[in-house]
Write a protein that binds this ligand. Structure first.
Ligand code: FEO
Length: 404
């Protein structure tokens, strides 16, 4: 590929990772991109780098516009490896450039590189950098996604370089939202946003609301949002801001996700009458088997639904290992505004549901109990109990959904 102009001498010079399927444990069925940007002004300025494996692709893209040795400023919005790990390669080519970064970013960067020979200036919210005709405004966004994070706003062009925020893990040959919607669909794009938010930003809903309010208070007018992953929002940047606000405010579908695993199909057997009960209450339902589904997809489906039922067999008196992994993963994401319950089969003494409910309580979720347990194999009477369990859960989900 080559550099692609966003607007008035501002270029995408990043790389597309078509093959990545495991992004530090987050499964990425559609790959991703590492977006970074070059501003051609009196002082040529690079915003972020790319994952180190792709450094030469980035350099080639920069060379399609200018010699890398001419870069004067390098803005590091975020130090995570997928964005900053080819900084040393760029600094080899332009050793006299000045790096602009937050104080926390500098402290983090010291753990990855020897900074002793580099010019580094720390910046904070409200600081600006004039590159010639353009003015860059820095806005710190701690914890979105790491403590060091910040965004850079290009005032004259009204472009927000938002690093991780508003991104999606999507590898595609097109760079802009209107192009992607035309070659794929709006629902594919929305799904990418939800997937990314659920797996990365779910814990930070309150921070997101506060940061969007701060941007509004600063009077920032946004015509384009250029994140560090996926599609650039040039046609409808307001859409992704609204999606973030909605998710931060607890928006979910009036639906249920049944997330389960099974040993000898007994817990699996329970899912169908439960699903039927949920459907007969007029609530949509999706069934997800954990060992057949990537963890990040299960997390996304949990996040999309107002209610989830976790199906787990008892193994050695505790929850099934894949369910334990899912619940641990979920707890780290600090989910809110969701109602949960549990069901499953056991052979000897049971114990899985007790553990699952303890995890639900630890997470502070709305709880539907008691859960439903079946010994060994569901009988016809048990199937009837499963059906009623599904109906009752769906009623509670509808009731709870009214609060939002
Ligand atoms: Fe895309 Fe937090 O790194």
């Amino acid at each position: 590929m080559k550099a692609i102009e966003l607007k008035n001498g501002i270029y995408w010079v990043g790389a597309i990772d078509w093959a990545v399927r495991d992004f530090h444990g987050y499964i990425t069925p559609k790959g991703t991109s590492y977006n970074n940007y070059l501003i051609m002004d009196d002082d040529i300025t690079l915003l972020d780098t790319v994952k180190h494996d792709f450094a030469e692709i980035m350099i080639k893209n920069i060379k399609s516009i200018t010699e890398p040795s001419k870069i004067k400023n390098i803005i590091i919005n975020h130090i995570e490896n997928d964005h900053a790990s080819s900084l040393d390669r760029i600094m080899e080519l332009t050793p006299h450039a000045t790096i602009y970064i937050t104080e926390r970013g500098k402290k983090g960067l010291e753990r990855f590189f020897d900074l002793s020979k580099w010019n580094i200036k720390t910046v904070k919210t409200g600081d600006t950098l004039k590159t010639g005709k353009k003015t860059l405004l820095f806005i710190e966004t701690p914890m979105l996604h790491w403590p060091d994070s910040m965004m850079t706003y290009i005032k004259e062009d009204k472009i927000l370089i938002s690093q991780d925020a508003f991104g999606q893990h999507i590898a595609t040959s097109v760079r802009f939202d209107d192009e992607y919607v035309s070659c794929e669909s709006i629902s594919e794009l929305e799904d990418g946003v939800i997937d990314y938010y659920a797996n990365i930003l779910m814990p930070f809903g309150n921070l997101i609301k506060a940061k969007i309010a701060e941007l509004q208070k600063l009077g920032i007018e946004i015509e384009m949002i250029a994140p560090d992953h996926g599609i650039i929002w040039r046609q409808n940047p307001g859409k992704v801001i609204q999606m973030y606000l909605d998710m931060a405010n607890g928006k979910a579908n009036l639906s249920v996700a049944i997330i389960y695993d099974t040993m000898w199909h007994s817990t699996e057997h329970m899912t169908l009458p439960i699903m039927q009960g949920i459907r007969d209450e007029g609530v949509d339902c999706k069934i997800i088997k954990l060992r057949a589904t990537p963890m990040s997809v299960a997390i996304k489906e949990f996040w999309k639904a107002r209610g989830s039922l976790i199906g787990t067999p008892t193994l050695n008196n505790i929850v099934f290992p894949s369910i334990a992994e899912f619940l641990t993963h979920l707890r780290g994401l600090r989910p809110k505004n969701r109602i949960v319950g549990a069901f499953g089969s056991y052979g000897w003494g049971g114990g899985a549901l007790k553990e699952a409910y303890e995890e639900f309580r630890r997470m502070g979720l709305e709880i539907f109990e008691p859960g439903l347990e079946v010994m060994y194999r569901p009988s016809l009477e048990d199937e009837e109990r499963c059906y009623e369990f599904g109906r009752e859960f769906a009623k509670k989900v509808k009731e709870y959904h009214q609060r939002f």
